[in-house]
Ligand binder design. Sequence first.
Ligand SMILES: Nc1nc2c(c(=O)[nH]1)N[C@H]1C(S)=C(S)[C@@H](COP(=O)(O)O)O[C@H]1N2
Ligand SMILES: [Mo]
Length: 317
Amino acid sequence: MLILHRPDPLPSEITPPEVYGARRSFLRSLSVGIGAASFGLLGESHGAPVERVRFDTVTPGPFSAVDEKPTPYTSVTEYGNFYEFGPDKDSPARNAHRLRTRPWTISVEGEIRRPKTFAIEDILKWAPLEERIYRMRCVEGWSAVIPWVGIPLTELIKRCEVTGNAKFVEFWSLADPEQMPYVRFPFLDWPYIEALRLDEAMHPLALLGLGMYGEHMPKQNGAPLRVVVPWKYGFKGAKSIVKVRFVEKQPPTVWTKAAPDEYGFYSNVNPDVPHKRWSQSHERRLGEFFRRKTQPFNGYGDQVAGLYAGMDLRKNF
Ligand SMILES: Nc1nc2c(c(=O)[nH]1)N[C@H]1C(S)=C(S)[C@@H](COP(=O)(O)O)O[C@H]1N2
Ligand SMILES: [Mo]
């Protein structure tokens, strides 16, 4: 069963979230159908008090878009996608309080010398926490400038003792129906698994996100740790990671499985390659009214274009 194809960018997505009010996205009908069957059970709520915890020390990291104004905290935390918590843009903010982020470990599997597990407490001590202000672009046409807190993704990869066979790395999100009510519904093939080519994952821009706005990661944004790859569409950055798996061949991912003609493995931001159902030429920053032009590789071409030298980016979309 595939109920979910990406929603077309409807007014709810092209209107500033502060003003779209009660308008419903395409997927509202889905959640009404599900909700009627299981109202209460899903624990839909209007959120719970959130504890916001600041990091003691965060140092400015490289590649920060310091000339750009960060998107307001509330826009980034109250509007987004985390389908395990529901299909609407405000579902994550309403429902992610159910996620338990301690204890939390990530396991490592596949093309490695020996299986391993890392605890979040240790990961937080691997390297100095950096602040990196990145432009982010969702495939649906909205974008944001987010001051992430994190460490280079290579800090994880270098501890995994990968074998020479490893060419790709998968990131597995948690899929626990007790905490994430919508993983009971197979509109995506849970768990949410996204993947990168190993050299992409080891690129210095790729971040293991541990927080934002100087604070620990909000649950709706992927606590306690997630992937951040700012030159790709937002869906490549899997949230609330519990497993990393190294593989030899390019693996299927949650979105290439859902709609292979609409989502490619690479999914680099590319204004010249439209999505099957809409243009990618422009975007609207959350909290702003006017649209702006989308940049190739989301403006990070100087850093990352070399990763794709000689590749046809229309074919490898
Ligand atoms: N596990 C999981 N990760 C996910 C998603 C999701 O539904 N589940 N949505 C993705 C999409 S489509 C986007 S745009 C970003 C949005 O989150 P952010 O605003 O916190 O970056 O998270 C990505 N990571
Ligand atoms: Mo997205």
